[in-house]
Ligand binder design. Structure first.
Ligand code: C5P
Length: 232
């Protein structure tokens, strides 16, 4: 038996308003297959034996069931999504059995990141064990500026002080459950921000992968297809 049980919560309940399509971006086809199926397959390949859970908006559950049938894909357990990513993660967390080992690793992954890679997942799992959590991050390549309070003026900042954060983010189950028992705050854009608010500030940054993009705009599909066709 593995030393650490692993659960993977794939949050796929966003409406994808920036994507500008009736079909939420996580269900759009990428190289002929829905974006989120790529993510699930890659996560399962990275951590064989992990228990996946997919969080889907109730209004999209039929679409997901139809896609699974069309692609002969066995869906992980499906959990209802919420109005915010935080609520979707909380619902996914509630689906982990109450008697799961408290030191299980929980990976939380954006369903809109189809190109997640095994080395990144392994780095996250390894670093999640002895810390308050582990998140993959990459340097920022663009120059950055901070907007003034008027939203017009701006001043340069040192991009070397910043990292762009990706998923999967990994945490030990008991800490994550405690952090997600707090009331919601608008600043909770990812799991690390929820952990920090609960006092778990020793979240470790591991090397991410620039290919692990989050599909946000339609052009990201073309970029992801180019990455896939180059064999990555
Ligand atoms: O909106 P954004 O791209 O930041 O969402 C990140 C991930 O969180 C996406 O995979 C999206 O489907 C998921 N999400 C969710 N429930 C929400 C909002 C976002 O599962 N209410």
């Amino acid at each position: 038996m593995a030393l650490f049980d692993t659960y993977i919560i794939i949050v796929a309940a966003g409406s994808g308003s920036r994507f500008g399509s009736d079909v939420p971006k996580q269900f759009c086809l990428l190289d002929g297959k829905p974006v989120v199926m790529h993510a699930i397959e890659r996560l399962q390949a990275a951590v064989p034996g992990a228990t996946p859970i997919i969080v889907v908006s109730p209004s999209e559950e039929k679409r997901w069931a139809d896609l699974c049938e069309r692609f002969g894909f066995t869906s992980p357990a499906v959990v209802h999504g919420g109005a915010t990513r935080w609520e979707s993660v909380k619902n996914g967390l509630a689906a982990i059995p109450a008697d799961a080992r408290a030191n299980s690793i929980v990976l939380i992954h954006d369903g809109a990141r189809p190109l997640v890679d095994t080395p990144t997942v392994k780095r996250v799992c390894a670093a999640a064990i002895n810390t308050d959590g582990a998140i993959p991050a990459i340097p920022v390549s663009d120059s950055l500026r901070r907007l003034d309070s008027d939203g017009v003026g701006s001043s340069p900042v040192d991009r070397g002080e910043f990292r762009a954060v990706q998923t999967p983010q990994g945490f030990i189950l008991w800490r994550l459950r405690e952090a997600y028992s707090q009331p919601y705050q608008e600043s909770f854009t990812d799991d690390a921000s929820v952990m920090a608010e609960a006092g778990y500030e020793n979240v470790f940054l591991v090397e991410g992968n620039p290919d692990n993009i989050k599909i946000t705009n339609p052009r990201d599909i073309a970029i992801a297809e180019a990455i896939l066709s180059s064999g990555r």
